[in-house]
Design a protein around this ligand. Structure first.
Ligand code: FAD
Length: 343
């Protein structure tokens, strides 16, 4: 039996989480689906320990702390999370409602869908060099989940952004050897991290190499390392037990691209009054949407979620008159927030 509900939010990043809050204030409950095992989207998955400086009223806040606070803020509205499952199919039923299916087989019958799906299901840019395929997820990885497992190993880290540099700095004295391979001399990572990394080269088993990976080398069925071409085209064999690729995410809407929405450069066009897409009943907030002047910032997602909530309420209850109420003073809001303000 499908789960029958008013709203399903696809994506538990900051926009999806704040969408729960804004809907809750209007007395609308939501289910939230995310492909990742935890809520938080890019903040939790890509930069949990990094400080963010442009969240209103927080001069600085850690990315994971922001997510934790959002989760605390939405508690009164008891959202139901369905994690580790990708929404794979969405179809409109004869009665105008939507049937939504996830990779785990969960089915929803919902009046409204909110796309808060960011860059789509997280798909790291993959190493496509000759001979790489059989080693994917065996000796070629795209995330580090158990760093202690790497003690005493020879490893290669590929990339020049913050993730590559952060892991290099974290692991350089815990592994047997580490080669950081970046195709260019300039790095995209924070200058302070680059300076720290350069200071360590030669003083720890850390090497820096600039070049393009051409081939994965194996011998007798064993992963041996990577062949990398330097700027002169000369090939170098970098031996290692495992390689970790941090080339960022490849934006890919995944199944959402098949749902007949008006899409521009892998982003979903919305009406900025309600954040409804070209399909009535499907709304889009956060990094996934586009409109003139769009900026992919967390605070944009928050603003969009507030207006989308009013648009969703109008769609669900067109007969109801909606008055804007302040959370400071409205007894109705206090009741919805579970506050005891009578005494
Ligand atoms: P996301 O955070 O991308 O979350 C989308 C979620 O949807 C993901 O969890 C994904 O798994 C899920 N999903 C997608 N498709 C499906 C599907 N089909 N089924 C199920 N789940 C799905 N912004 C700032 O404002 N200030 C900053 O300082 C800042 N610093 C940043 C630093 C870095 C290193 C990065 C990478 C980004 C930074 N950003 C910053 C950008 C900010 O993180 C994004 O704007 C924000 O995360 C967008 O939130 P979102 O909820 O729209 O999408």
């Amino acid at each position: 039996m499908p789960i029958t509900t008013d709203v399903v939010i696809i994506g538990a990043g900051p926009s999806g989480l704040f969408q729960v809050f804004e809907l809750g204030l209007l007395d609308i409950r939501a289910h939230v689906v995310d492909a990742l095992p935890q809520a938080g989207g890019q903040c939790s998955e890509l930069y949990p320990d990094k400080p963010i400086y442009d969240i209103p009223a927080f001069p600085v806040i850690g990315a994971q702390e922001l997510v934790d606070r959002l989760l605390e803020q939405i508690q009164p509205f008891k959202p139901q999370f369905h994690l580790k499952q990708t929404v794979t199919a969405l179809e409109r039923q004869d009665n105008g409602r939507f049937r939504l299916t996830t990779s785990a087989g969960t089915e929803f019958d919902t009046a409204v869908v909110v796309l808060a799906a960011g860059l789509g299901p997280f798909q790291p840019r993959r190493l496509r060099a000759k001979g790489a395929e059989p080693w994917q997820e065996r000796c070629i990885h795209y995330r580090i989940t158990e760093p202690e497992r790497l003690a005493g190993k020879d490893i290669i880290i590929l990339g020049g952004g913050d993730s590559a540099l952060d892991w290099t700095l974290e692991l350089h004295d815990k592994v047997k050897s580490l080669v950081l391979v970046h195709r260019r001399v300039e790095y995209r990572a924070q200058p302070a991290s680059v300076t720290r990394m350069k200071a360590l080269v030669g003083k720890s088993p850390l090497r820096e190499f600039h070049g393009m990976v051409r081939e994965v080398v194996e011998r007798d069925g064993q992963f041996l390392g990577l062949k990398v071409a330097d700027s002169e085209g000369e090939m170098h064999l970098l031996e290692a037990d495992e390689a970790f690729v941090f080339w960022g995410l490849s934006p890919n809407l995944g199944p959402i691209a098949e749902w007949g929405l008006d899409i521009e450069k892998r982003q979903v066009r919305v009406n900025t009054e309600t954040f409804e897409t070209s399909e009535p009943g499907i709304f889009a907030v956060g990094d996934i949407n586009t409109y003139p002047g769009k900026k992919k910032l967390i605070l944009s997602g928050f603003h969009e979620a507030a207006l989308a909530a009013f648009g969703i309420q109008k769609r669900l209850h067109p007969e109801r008159k909606v008055h804007l109420q302040y959370t400071t003073t409205s007894p109705v809001m206090h009741k919805r927030l579970g506050l005891d303000t009578e005494s």
